[in-house]
Design a protein. Sequence first.
Length: 406
Amino acid sequence: MSLWLTFLGPVMWTASLFLILYPYLGYPLLLAIFSLRSWPKKEQAQKLDNSPLGSYPMVSVIISAYNEEEVIEEKILNTLTLDYPREKLEIWIASDGSTDRTNLKAALYQDEGVKLFPQKERQGKSALLNQVIPKTSGEIILFTDANAFLSRISLRNLVQHFQDERVGFVTGRTEYTQGNSVGKTGGLYHRYEQYLKRKESALGSCVGADGAIFAIRKKLYFPLLADDLNDLAIPLQIVQQGYRGVMEDAAIACESASSRIGKEVGRQVRITNRTLRTLFRNRNLLNPFRYPLFAWQLFSHKLWRLSVPFFMITLFISNLVALGISRGYFFPLVLQLIFYALALIGFWLDGRGRVFSVCRVAYHFTLINWAMMCGWLRCCSRNHDVFWTPDRGACSLVDITSGRQD
């Protein structure tokens, strides 16, 4: 038994450390190296501005909403001021069983061409999209949320990429404002996500999209299951049809970061559960023989990273086992204990005063991985997360119309 532990402890520790570091350091580094051969797009990106009106594709904007009476009018005004020919733009408010004044306020803008689709009973965003999209007339569909305000030129910057027939979807990026320490570190996490999408886009196709701002070719849409994660399931559908997705940095949505810790954890649990279900339903894309490049990207970006909380547990346990074999494993154990102590300090200080960056990062990383583990448990116990409850916070329209984001 001692010989077995002598072998198992160090091997598990080394393997666990690699499995934790790879999705956060190894994968981004490999993307940076491999993406040096980028797809040509700068030449095409300049054509739309000088094109005649007839060459602009018709775009249908779908704004998903549930009890958004506080922001729905501001969102509509934001959409009406997008730098895109008005006659080539239709706006749909997809209200998923809203019980407040969302529908009443949206109906006030019907004379300006805003169309309301009021779902009587709440069914979830994916089911709602299945019913709204067939009613749209646009060649391009833009998905956005009621509390996400778009920069004025976002739509034009997204649509220009569809001049490339190989492009099936285009995702923008979200900038976060306000929020507590978790929300602020979440902004850092999202910048890391944006980096991955940017490099994946240059290499071939980005994995997934930003749910607050992404556009697709309508002809590529297939009905979703109720618990599909739409901003992952739709891109995966499109990749399976032989198209690619790209990231457009100049297409920006502004949202307020979550201000409640419990809400952020619950959101991540639901996202993990739905991501796993979506991945398992599209597991053929993980076949390296059929999709050699994309399978590697999808596995590294999604499935591997979602498995990190389990590797954190095996790292700690194997460290304890290895410590009985060699004193050299004492220092790594101390580092782990310090990391979790910093996370506890971040938890204790959050909302009570200034939280040091190192504590905030440790806290957020631990919290997110805890939430992902809970998401795995919900998935394995066959709990279906269908509904979403948006955070009522939203950034000011002034933020999005500033010259910095235009």
